[in-house]
Design a protein around this ligand. Structure first.
Ligand code: COA
Length: 157
């Protein structure tokens, strides 16, 4: 979960949780004009198959996501964010690459995402392609479902 300057760190301490919630609240809610809607006590964040992760760059938390195991081979990337003041500097690409490596280590052969319409290009750059999958949590009508095959070539589906 580490390269030269970046680290993908599980959210563990109270300070980690505060950072994780701040990053998501600002980038996914307040930047879209939705104030007062973010919940920092959502039970899905604490489920055993769901892994909240922080992207640390040079010691600073610059992004986060939640990696949810859907089944043995498929993992979902949820609430992918980079700090609003640090976007378009390559952090998001590193976040996806490290999350992919982390998922592959756990047996992933597909990564799935419900992409916000304005983030489709970002996932496309990382090798995701439009493709339908059944989300047990449901998907917003506006989001675009995308899939990326990952892991050893002979196991890709
Ligand atoms: C989407 C987000 C995570 C991207 O993070 P980022 O750090 O800005 O992305 P990067 O700088 O690493 O960009 C990686 C690549 O994606 C491209 N890219 C980034 N955002 C893009 C966008 N909105 N549309 C098209 N391409 C995009 C970059 O040009 C770059 O391409 P390159 O590798 O060819 O240079 C970030 O903008 C964000 O947090 N947005 C708000 C929350 C959000 O919408 N999250 C997605 C929810 S599904």
């Amino acid at each position: 979960m580490t390269d030269e300057v970046y680290q993908l760190k599980p959210v563990v301490s109270a300070a980690d949780w505060r950072t994780f919630h701040r990053l998501r609240r600002v980038a996914l809610f307040e930047a879209r004009g939705r104030f007062g809607h973010y919940r920092d006590d959502h039970p899905d964040d604490r489920m055993v198959d769901n892994q909240p992760l922080l992207l640390i760059h040079a010691g600073v938390a610059v992004g986060s996501l939640r990696l949810d195991r859907l089944d043995r081979r498929r993992f979902v990337l949820r609430t992918v964010v980079v700090d609003a003041a640090r976007q378009r500097r390559g952090h998001g690409g590193r976040l996806l690459a490290l999350a992919e490596g982390h998922a592959v280590q756990q047996g992933a052969r597909q990564l799935l995402v419900n992409a916000a319409p304005d983030a489709v290009g970002f996932y496309d750059c990382a090798g995701f392609r439009p493709g339908a999958w059944r989300d047990p949590l449901g998907a917003s009508g506006k989001s675009v479902q995308m899939i990326k095959a990952v892991g050893p070539d002979d196991s890709k589906t």
